[in-house]
Ligand binder design. Structure first.
Ligand code: PLP
Length: 441
């Protein structure tokens, strides 16, 4: 049955959902955090249904994964077709046509008109760990630089450069042993209390004037890693000039620039990759999430000359399996055929305009920002800019009770990241629900 809008039959979580949650809590790892008590059972397009017959509109896309909407028929068909041919071939030891087909397609689409090579992984974190190892294998330098408020995942390499929250880091030291952190251009809350552009990009100067002069010589820095738009940190978009300068610094000191596009990739920002907004060509790019429509997949793609590590230096048994690769090929085809990247750009602008109107009515909305369908709303206390975390958390819960799935980001922001198939009608429905919630919170 096609879904046409959110439907709440029983206040969620209803009895069936509650039973499942009780079983889950007894057996699944307590390290998992859940944004809302949603139990997903069926899904299609913009919607997910729970076992009590409640239908939720998905404005988080499972953190930017289901870019084509849930269960896009073209991807379902591609997966079924491959299941009938071959499910697994160990890509450590043998060759596989879908891996090569997809590699040719995706490498042609990532920024930079130069020869590239790809290494397939199973997740965003693994893509980041791959990029870190790759940089070190190439230049053999000891240090890495990350950004404050950056999110790169949860494996040991990835958490070493993840600084959104100490919870993910507590108890895990020592991590990547020689990393340094520098401020990201979070202009709404500038660490130096300056305004862009009159600040002269003080955040960039921190790296050149403090880190490079007092802490680490730049010729010992192997790589700099950052997100093109900070995702989990709060949907923070840097000025273009920031990336122009960063590219120059990396070129000058022969530092490998790793750009993490795990969340921003595959059209989410209104361009295939967010780097394109900044005319930025990274040395290494990491991808995952929307890659294969929810199947576990990721990759690190680099300039061909950087991926020069020794045979056996880095491998993985399950990486780039044929079913995943066929799903990923179908994702690219649908993005093109349905012009979803273009739709993300147009709908993102529409959503931001509507949100700016809402901001005029609600002083708790401190900032609206984003690119394409990666839109953040930062909530503040009424008497200033203090982050309104409780209001944000209550909003997520209240929206859930009304059939809208929202995800948080940063201390007091929500991220609006609907599937790229979204239209004005669904955006209006979501923003009406958000306004209904704000009226009572
Ligand atoms: C920018 C970025 N990098 C890496 C990751 C880690 O990806 P995964 O959860 O697949 O390990 C995420 C996940 O949210 C992310 O947003």
């Amino acid at each position: 049955m096609p879904y046409t809008g959110p439907v709440i039959k029983t206040p969620p979580p209803g009895p069936n959902a509650r039973r499942l949650i009780e079983r889950d809590e007894k057996i699944l790892s307590g390290s998992l955090t859940r944004s809302a008590p949603l139990v997903g059972e069926n899904a299609e397009g913009m919607y997910i249904e729970d076992p009590d017959g409640n239908v939720f509109m998905d404005f988080g896309s499972g953190i930017a994964v289901t870019a084509l909407g849930h269960r896009h028929p073209a991807v379902v068909e591609a997966i079924k077709k491959q299941l009938d041919k071959l499910i697994f071939v160990n890509s450590l030891d043998y060759y596989s046509p879908p891996q090569v087909d997809y590699a040719e397609q995706i490498c042609a689409r990532t920024p930079g008109n130069f020869a590239k090579k790809i290494f397939y992984t199973n997740s965003g974190s693994e893509s980041v760990d791959t990029a870190i190892k790759l940089a070190k294998a190439h230049n053999r330098r000891p240090y890495g630089i990350g950004y404050i408020n950056g999110f790169h995942g949860r494996t040991m390499g990835a958490i070493s450069f993840t600084t959104t929250n100490v919870v993910g880091r507590r108890g895990f030291a020592p991590m990547y042993p020689i990393g340094q952190f520098t401020p990201y251009p979070y202009c709404f809350r500038c660490m130096f209390n300056r305004e862009y552009p009159s600040c002269g990009m003080e955040c960039m100067n921190y790296m050149t004037d403090i880190i490079f002069k007092k802490i680490i010589p730049p010729d010992e820095v192997s790589f700099i890693i950052l997100e093109a738009v900070q995702g989990s940190g709060g949907y923070i978009v840097p000025p273009k000039e920031f990336f122009t300068e960063l590219r120059k610094i990396c070129d000058k000191h022969e530092i490998i620039l790793i750009v993490d596009e795990v969340q921003t990739g595959f059209g989410r920002t209104g361009k295939m990759f967010a780097c394109e907004h900044f005319d930025l060509e990274p040395d290494v790019i990491t991808i995952s999430k929307a890659f294969a429509h929810g199947l576990p997949a990721g990759a690190a793609i680099s300039k061909a000359e950087i991926m020069d590590w020794d045979p056996g230096a880095h491998e993985g048994t399950l990486n780039g399996g044929p079913v995943i690769m066929e799903a990923a090929k179908a994702v690219l085809k649908v993005l093109d055929e349905e012009k979803l990247v273009e739709n993300a750009a147009v709908m993102g602008e529409y959503m931001k305009e509507q949100l700016k109107n809402l901001q005029k009515k609600y002083s708790c909305i401190g900032d609206i920002r984003g690119l394409g369908l990666m839109v953040g709303i930062e909530f503040v206390e009424p008497d200033g800019k203090k982050p309104a975390k409780e209001l944000r958390d209550n909003l997520i819960q209240a929206a859930f009770e009304r059939g809208l799935l929202l995800l948080g980001a940063g201390p007091s922001s929500i991220r609006l990241a609907p599937p790229l198939i979204v239209g004005k009608k669904e955006i209006d429905t979501a923003l009406n629900i958000i306004e209904d919630c704000l009226k009572v919170l």
